[in-house]
Design a protein around this ligand. Sequence first.
Ligand SMILES: Cc1ncc(COP(=O)(O)O)c(C=O)c1O
Length: 390
Amino acid sequence: MDTRTPLSRNTDLLKRREAAVPRGVATATPVFADRAANAEIWDAEGRRYIDFAGGIAVLNTGHRHPKVVEAVEAQLARFSHTAFQVMAYEPYIELAERLNALAPFSGQAKTILFTTGAEAVENAVKIARAATGRNGVIAFSGAFHGRSLMTSALTGKVNPYKKGFGTLPGEVWHLPMPIDHYSVTVADSLRALEMLFRCDIDPGQIAAFIIEPVQGEGGFHAAPKELMIALRALCDTHGIRLISDEVQAGFARTGKMFGIEHLGVEPDLVTMAKSLSGGFPLSGVLGRAELMDTVEPGGLGGTFGGSPIGCAAALAVLDIIAEDKLLERAEILGERMGQLEQLSAAAAQEYRRQANRRRMADSAQDKVDNVVKLRLAKAHKARKAAQNDL
Ligand SMILES: Cc1ncc(COP(=O)(O)O)c(C=O)c1O
């Protein structure tokens, strides 16, 4: 008879994971997913959680939204893959049309689809380079743009994204991201840019600025409007393209379809992924038509790029965002979170006030105790002296 205590299902899976999967792909939780619905997820032992992570900002429409599931099942019943470069299909074209209509810039737009966020960023850089005939790309400290070699170079954090991976693609520069909390102002960033143009590279060699309208990995910092207006002006002066990396901020997350719509400027290229397709792998670049068409046929694409399953899911996601009024809902929830933040700040202040009062009361008591101790010691000494005299 086997007398060993059976491992729990999560522990068992953790052991198997550690033996079979390299630690380079870190996992935040030691429990394993079994099933999920909307904002809830159940682990392999049947425990239920509220899923605040949403698969890293992928599930703005929730896990397995019934309309997404229905659209994907209908597409699966027809075909799952042809490779758009071999035989194109309508869901890709329809999705491109709908995304073009949502473009956060004026003029004609075109969209190309890929699979991951990093691929979208890589291709936005390729398009900006092809359109300008320049190499340089300027990104920001704390930014996250992906884990491929070029996107690791663009990411503004060394550990763990660049460390140990050797020489990354060159001609990538970083400016400090203006963040109040770290006392970095827009003026600091622009001064750093001025120094960059004075010491290292001519603006005429820069193909693009790339910036997240709201940093994710960097700690949820919104790009200041003032910075964006300055960047746009520099782009217009020097023929630089502005890439808004909307992989995380896009698709209703900020109360607008694209985060940059809050920032008073138009980008030239927009990268999209994550919540675009409600849990299915799909990404894309949406850009000004004249830029998008500068790349020669065959220069862009990928075997799985714009998978029909992902396109079907994304078309359903766009419907859900409109029908369920998710832009408005994000605004309302944002306001409530703001109120919560104010409440927690007030609670923290009250806690500090009471702690100070307790500290002051304690120190007053300490003083009284010390006086009493001193007097007792004196009385004891006097009594001893009197006894000695007898
Ligand atoms: C802003 C941003 N860009 C790019 C990426 C890379 O996307 P992916 O992990 O799909 O390659 C991410 C992923 O978190 C992201 O947040």
